[in-house]
Design a binder for this molecule. Structure first.
Ligand code: NDP
Length: 270
C-alpha cells in the first residue's frame, strides 16, 4: 500500500529561513513546494520550486493552482516571504516604502491565506504557519514599519485561528529573533533620509550588524516550525531562538518599564 505524503507550500524558500524550513519538512516526509519570485528551478533535490510573487494576486493564484494540479491537496502553508528595512527613523521612509513593506510582509500573508484556505476548508483539515517575528509582539525603535507589519501578521493570525479552528484548520505564528540569513543584505535602505538621524542610524546599524553576525542560524527556526506542525494542539505563538525567548520572557513577566529600559539599553540609546 502506498502512503500519501502530506503536501506543504513554503513561500520565500530560495534562501535563509524559508529554505531551512522547506528542507526540514521534506526530511520529515512532506512533499514540499518552495517558492521564489525568480522561480529558479530546484537545485535543491529535497523540494520542488514554484515561481511566486506574494505581492501579485495573479501570481499567487497561479502558483496555488499549479500545486493543486500536481498534488490535488494542500496540508500545510508556511508564509515566510518577507523583508526588512535597514535601521532608520520612522519618518525617513516614504508612504510608498511603507506600502511596499506591508504589501509583502502582511498582504502577502493575506493573499496566500485567501488562495489556500478554500481548499483546506473543503478537505476539513490544514495548518497555516506564519513566520512573524518577536518584533510582532515587542516593538523596538528604528524599524517601525517592519515592526508594524509583523504586528499586523500577529493580529491577523490570532483572529484567523479562531475562525478556522471550526473547519479543522489551525493557525500558528512563529516569532524568531535575530537569525543569521541574507535578511540584512536584502533589507531596503530608507528612501527619505534626514541628516538629523545620521548619527543614530549609524549607531543602531552597528548594534544590529553585530547581533546578526553572532545570531543563531535558520535551522533553529525550522526546528520550531516542525514542532508547531506536529503539535496535536498547537499554541498560537512559538518563539524561535535565544533573543526571542528572552524578550518574550521580559514581555510576559517584567514590568513594562523594565522592558522599555532594556530595549533602549540594548540599542545603546540615550
Ligand atoms: P532572506 O532575505 O534570506 O529570505 C527572504 C525570502 O523571501 C527569499 O526567499 C525571497 O525570495 C522571499 N521573498 C521576498 N519578497 C518576496 C515576494 N514579494 N514574493 C515572494 N517571495 C519573496 O530572509 P530570512 O530568511 O531571514 O527571512 C524570512 C522571514 O523571516 C521573513 O518574513 C522575515 O521577516 C522573518 N524573520 C527574519 C529574521 C532574521 O533575523 N533573519 C528575524 C525574524 C523574522 P526571492 O528573493 O527569491 O523571491
Amino acid at each position: 500500500m502506498t502512503t500519501i505524503k502530506p503536501v506543504a507550500l513554503v513561500t520565500g524558500a530560495s534562501s535563509g529561513i524559508g529554505e531551512a524550513i522547506a528542507n526540514r519538512l521534506a526530511a520529515a516526509g512532506y512533499s514540499v513546494y518552495g517558492t521564489s519570485r525568480r522561480g529558479t528551478p530546484a537545485l535543491h533535490q529535497a523540494f520542488s520550486m514554484l515561481a511566486l510573487d506574494v505581492t501579485d494576486d495573479a501570481s499567487v493564484d497561479a502558483a496555488v493552482a499549479e500545486l493543486l494540479r500536481r498534488e490535488g491537496r494542500i496540508d500545510l502553508l508556511v508564509n515566510n516571504a518577507g523583508f526588512g528595512l535597514a535601521p532608520a527613523a520612522a519618518e525617513e521612509s516614504s508612504i510608498e516604502q511603507a506600502k511596499a513593506v506591508f504589501d509583502t510582509n502582511f498582504l502577502g500573508v493575506v493573499r496566500m491565506t485567501r488562495a489556500v484556505v478554500p481548499h483546506m476548508r473543503r478537505q476539513g483539515s490544514g495548518r497555516i504557519i506564519n513566520i512573524g517575528s518577536i518584533l510582532g509582539v515587542v516593538s523596538v525603535p528604528y524599524v517601525a514599519l517592519y515592526v508594524a507589519s509583523k504586528h499586523a501578521v500577529d493580529g491577523y493570525s490570532q483572529a484567523l485561528d479562531h475562525e478556522l479552528r471550526t473547519h479543522g484548520i489551525r493557525v500558528v505564528v512563529i516569532e524568531p529573533g535575530y537569525t543569521r540569513t541574507a535578511f540584512e543584505s536584502n533589507s531596503l535602505q530608507a528612501d527619505a533620509k534626514l541628516d538629523v538621524y545620521e548619527d543614530i542610524r549609524v549607531k543602531v546599524t552597528k548594534v544590529v550588524n553585530q547581533a546578526m553576525a553572532t545570531a543563531e542560524g535558520p535551522d533553529v527556526v525550522a526546528d520550531v516550525v516542525l514542532k508547531a506542525v506536529r503539535a496535536e494542539r498547537p499554541k498560537l505563538r512559538y518563539t524561535a531562538g535565544k533573543t526571542a525567548a528572552q524578550l518574550q520572557f521580559m514581555r510576559r513577566f517584567a514590568p513594562a518599564g523594565v522592558l522599555d529600559t532594556g530595549i533602549r539599553k540594548a540599542l545603546q540609546l540615550a
